[in-house]
Design a protein around this ligand. Structure first.
Ligand SMILES: Cc1cc2nc3c(=O)[nH]c(=O)nc-3n(C[C@H](O)[C@H](O)[C@H](O)COP(=O)(O)OP(=O)(O)OC[C@H]3O[C@@H](n4cnc5c(N)ncnc54)[C@H](O)[C@@H]3O)c2cc1C
Length: 385
């Protein structure tokens, strides 16, 4: 479990920082449904959240592999990267498709921590996973776009300065493919709130700040359009491989955390005058979960390597996310079961991590949609929708 790899320096650095934010910190933040502000600030100040920003814009110019190790370590140390992972992949959308002026304007401020780009608004209440049917519109009027519509489950907005918004700029009946005619914009949240954007927080199972958004004639300067008008859906898709791979790494981190805690407890807890870990009924689920995590980890590193080599990696990124989310959930179950009743006690942190890791079977993409992607786009089975 403690084997070293070529990323040991990054692991040690992130672990040292995380050691200052122990279980009690995250437990309290969870209990208060608060944002781990001090932790995210410390990560930003140490430069970890600017890993993927090129050096010329003030970041460290690392690859997705290294970024994924940072996210993995946060979760492996008992934290939850969900509070801050948005910046890692949202920034990539700006980097790949933004103009030079936009990159110069935003990236150095994101790297230094002056601005946060933690939010991306795609999902809508009435269309869900069927993204190309989204109903939020952005209509060009002179030097502005006027936005109307609604979004749901938009995370970290209240702890972000900027948000990437996907909206339809050409009605679906005027484009040849339904994936065309959508565009992405940078929204300055301080300007938007109260001037066309209103927000309703959604209380939910995990301590994840997420919201419903209502756009009522929100005006966005035309210069905030990212890339070309009408190509926004493609730009969002381009960013998803990074997002899925990073989430896979977080699940791997969770998985190791669960296995370590389960193993420790199984060695320590004495029932019937012997450690419960002596019973194979207790050992085997932990061993099985460990194997699944190790296997998923191989796919995660494969996806990272392909991404960093600028090779197609859609299949690997999706498979890594799916396998890792399944493995971490299996490990969570084994860990909770191993702890018996104490698994339900907040002070053991198992129930918190159990809730947190469950999310990844649903968001940012649900398991069925990954299975359908593999079936149809990789294996060539007939399209279902
Ligand atoms: C805590 C949280 C944070 C989130 N953060 C963000 C965010 O920051 N930004 C953002 O844009 N979105 C965010 N989301 C939204 C998330 O991406 C969606 O919830 C997810 O993509 C599923 O969409 P849905 O909830 O509309 O489910 P639906 O699309 O309504 O699907 C419901 C269920 O039906 C299944 N299903 C639907 N169609 C099919 C089909 N054709 N075949 C098989 N199964 C199908 C799905 O797999 C799913 O299990 C977040 C969600 C949560 C819960």
């Amino acid at each position: 479990m403690n084997s070293t790899d070529q990323y040991q320096e990054i692991r040690d650095g992130v672990r040292a920082l995380c050691a200052q934010y122990p279980d009690e910190y995250f437990r309290k933040v969870d209990e208060q449904r608060a944002y781990p502000e001090a932790f995210v600030n410390a990560l930003t100040e140490a430069g970890w959240l600017a890993a993927l920003i090129p050096q010329e814009y003030g970041g460290s110019g690392l690859g997705l592999t290294e970024a994924s190790v940072i996210m993995e370590e946060i979760n492996r140390c008992g934290g939850n990267s969900g509070a801050c992972h948005g910046q890692m992949y949202n920034m990539g959308t700006l980097l790949r498709h933004g103009s030079e002026a936009q990159k110069r304007e935003y990236l150095p401020k994101i790297a230094s921590g002056k601005l946060r780009l933690q939010s991306m608004a795609v999902t809508e209440p009435t269309t869900g996973t069927d993204t190309t049917k989204l109903k939020t519109t952005a209509v060009r009027q002179g030097d502005r776009y006027v936005v109307n519509g609604q979004k749901v489950w938009i995370s970290r907005l209240q702890h972000s300065d900027l948000m990437i918004l996907l909206a339809r700029t050409t009605p679906v009946n005027q484009v040849s493919r339904k994936s065309e005619g959508m565009s992405i914009f940078i929204v300055d949240l301080q300007q938007a709130l109260g001037s066309g954007l209103s927000v309703r927080p959604i209380p939910n199972m995990v301590n994840h700040e997420t919201n419903e958004l209502f756009f009522d004639n929100l005006e966005i300067p035309a210069e905030n359009l990212i890339g070309e008008e009408g190509r926004g859906f493609k730009y969002i898709l381009d960013g998803l491989n990074a997002e899925r791979t990073l989430i896979a790494a977080e699940c791997i981190g969770d998985g190791y955390w669960f296995v370590e805690r389960a193993t420790r407890y199984a060695n320590e807890r004495i029932v019937f005058d012997r450690p419960i870990g002596k019973n194979q009924g207790v050992q085997f689920p932990i061993a099985e979960a460990y194997m699944e995590i190790e296997a998923a980890n191989l796919m995660r590193f494969k996806a990272c390597a392909l991404f960093d080599a600028h090779q197609p990696c859609g299949a690997e990124a999706n498979m890594a996310k799916h396998l890792a989310a399944k493995a971490s959930w299996e490990a969570a179950n084994a860990c909770l079961q191993t702890h018996g009743g104490f698994g339900f006690a907040c002070e053991f942190d198992v129930e918190r991590k159990f809730r947190e890791t469950r999310l990844y079977q649903v968001a940012p993409i649900s398991t069925n949609l990954i299975l359908s992607y593999i079936a149809e786009h990789v294996l060539g089975l007939p399209r279902s929708f």
